[in-house]
Each structure stands twice: as structure tokens, then as C-alpha cells.
Design a protein around this ligand. Structure first.
Ligand code: GUN
Length: 297
């Protein structure tokens, strides 16, 4: 079998187009422009690239982008003061504080200071609790993107065996809750899981989010399974070059899987698209308007 390649780039472009359409309607019909504030503390090069890309795509869909770049030595108190200001600003519907924060800051305290209704990352404990109890939440962007791709690929997920590899707060745990919400039978595997290969072999749906290049090989995959590769690992490609690979060994897995996301061009582009979808959702909720269809969990 040769797997169908799930084109995350095209999928993300479609989501952004749908967001843009609804932003235009909000502006024309209600005079409302959704606004997203992104806060970056320090000079982390990868974070700078992400933040720039987020700002550009926010503007592209017609939203207002507010960027706050603070020096590495900013105090936690000053960052909390900025978060409080953004919480109170009616033009800001979504707030994202880019992680990781400098070591002298308590990330949990900062994230939990964000108004949960504006927490477009879905990292606030209130949103984590709402998702965990099956209530309406802001859902973390990467798992939301994975869920959208799975639904588009498979339709009803009910009764499917799903294995999530990785138990992070950003991907693994929320992903498991979302799959459970869609009535999958869910296992969360991690570094201490015994006989991981056999756990993965029973899965109709595999979501790999561990950050270990090529860890999941084709012989672990049940024939016909759908494989979502969240890993983005930069590896040495020789001659002084590097390349991006996922947590799944693409060549062997794509021989066995029914469908698979590539790296790059799979889950990656979906994250920012879902961030924009979450900002639109937050804006609609803040204004008592119906939520955008097909863009929430
Ligand atoms: N750093 C890496 N990924 C993310 C993300 O999804 N949200 C935030 N806030 N920071 C990140």
C-alpha cells in the first residue's frame, strides 16, 4: 500500500480563506475587526520566525495584529502588567504569549493571567479544565489542526483506536481529550510505555508528538492506519546542511499507512491557521455572535 499524503499546506490555506471570508463579513455586517496580540519576550531565533509569520498571516486574513516585543530582561511583573492591559483592551480578542519564556519567569503564572476568553492557545487552566470535561473551551491550535485533518480524512472517528505518542500539555494531552470527545478509544503512550511498537500497531489513528526524529517506523503501523506526524526535528543532512523530519520515518510508514502527513507541509501550517480560527471564535463569542462553523472542536 502507498499512503495518501495529507496536504496540510493546502488544508491550512483553505482554513485561512474561510477565516478571511468570515472576518470580511464581521467587518461589513457588524463593524468588528478581530484582533490578535502576540507577545514575544527575548531573542529566541525560532520564536522570532514564528512570531513574524503569525503577524503576517493575521494581517492577510484581514485581522488586526498587535505585536509586543519585550527585551529578555523584562520582569515578570512588567509582563503581567502588559497581559492585564491586553485583557482589558476591547480591540484585542486573542492573546498569545510565545513560549518558551526566559528562565526567570513563571510561565504558568503568566499563561494563567490571560483572560481565558482571549486565551487563543488554550493553555489557561480554565480552558484545560473545560476541554477535559467536554465543555466549550479554547482548544490548543496544533491538536485542533490534527483533529480537523482527521475528521476531513476519516469522517466519523467514533469507535476508532487512537494512539497519541507524547504527553505534553501543548499537544499530547489535549489531543487525547479531543479524540475522546469524538468517541475514539484513546491510549496515550510516552517514554515509559512498554512495548510501544505493539501499542502503536493496534491503532487506526496514530498521532506522533515526541520530538524524536523517525522514531515511529513502518513496521509499527497497522496497514491502512491514518498517521499524523506532529514532530518537527531539524537534523544534519551532511555537507553542512540540515533538513526537517518528523517523528515518523516517512518512507517506511507511507508504505503501510492509509494516509500520512508529511514533514514539512503537514501539521505545521495548520497551527497558525487554527490560531486564526481560534481568534475568530474568541471574537464571535466576545460579541455574542454565532461561532464560525467547522472551525472549532
Ligand atoms: N511555542 C511553540 N509553540 C507554541 C504555541 O503553540 N504557542 C505558544 N504560545 N508558544 C509556542
Amino acid at each position: 500500500m502507498t499512503a495518501e499524503i495529507i496536504d496540510g499546506k493546502a488544508f491550512a490555506a483553505d482554513i485561512r480563506a474561510r477565516v478571511a471570508e468570515q472576518v470580511a463579513q464581521l467587518k461589513a455586517g457588524h463593524g468588528i475587526t478581530p484582533g490578535l496580540a502576540v507577545v514575544l519576550v527575548g531573542e529566541d531565533p525560532a520564536s522570532q520566525v514564528y512570531v513574524k509569520s503569525k503577524g503576517r498571516k493575521t494581517v492577510e486574513v484581514g485581522m488586526e495584529s498587535f505585536e509586543h516585543r519585550l527585551p529578555e530582561e523584562t520582569t515578570e511583573a512588567d509582563l503581567l502588567a502588559l497581559v492585564a492591559k491586553l485583557n482589558a483592551d476591547p480591540a484585542v480578542h486573542g492573546i498569545l504569549v510565545q513560549l518558551p519564556l526566559p528562565k526567570h519567569m513563571n510561565s504558568d503564572a503568566v499563561i494563567n493571567a490571560i483572560d481565558p476568553a482571549k486565551d487563543v492557545d488554550g493553555f489557561h487552566v480554565s480552558n484545560v479544565g473545560l476541554l477535559g470535561t467536554g465543555q466549550k473551551a479554547m482548544v490548543p491550535c496544533t491538536p485542533l489542526g490534527c483533529l480537523m485533518m482527521l475528521r476531513a480524512q476519516l469522517g466519523d472517528l467514533s469507535g476508532k483506536e487512537a494512539v497519541v505518542i507524547g504527553r505534553s500539555n501543548i499537544v499530547g494531552k489535549p489531543m487525547a481529550h479531543l479524540l475522546l470527545g469524538d468517541s475514539c478509544t484513546v491510549s496515550i503512550a510516552h517514554s515509559r510505555t512498554r512495548d510501544l511498537a505493539n501499542v502503536v500497531r493496534r491503532a487506526d489513528i496514530v498521532v506522533a508528538a515526541v520530538g524524536r526524529p523517525g522514531m515511529v517506523t513502518g513496521d509499527w503501523i497497522k496497514p491502512g492506519a491514518t498517521v499524523i506526524d506532529v514532530g518537527i526535528n531539524r537534523i544534519d543532512a551532511g555537507e553542512g546542511k540540515t533538513r526537517l523530519v518528523g517523528d515518523v520515518e516517512f518512507d517506511s510508514a507511507s508504505e503501510v499507512a492509509g494516509a500520512i502527513t508529511p514533514v514539512p507541509g503537514g501539521v505545521g501550517p495548520m497551527t497558525i491557521a487554527c490560531l486564526l480560527a481560534n481568534t475568530l471564535t474568541a471574537c464571535c463569542r466576545a460579541n455574542g455572535l454565532p461561532e464560525p462553523e467547522g472551525l472549532t472542536a
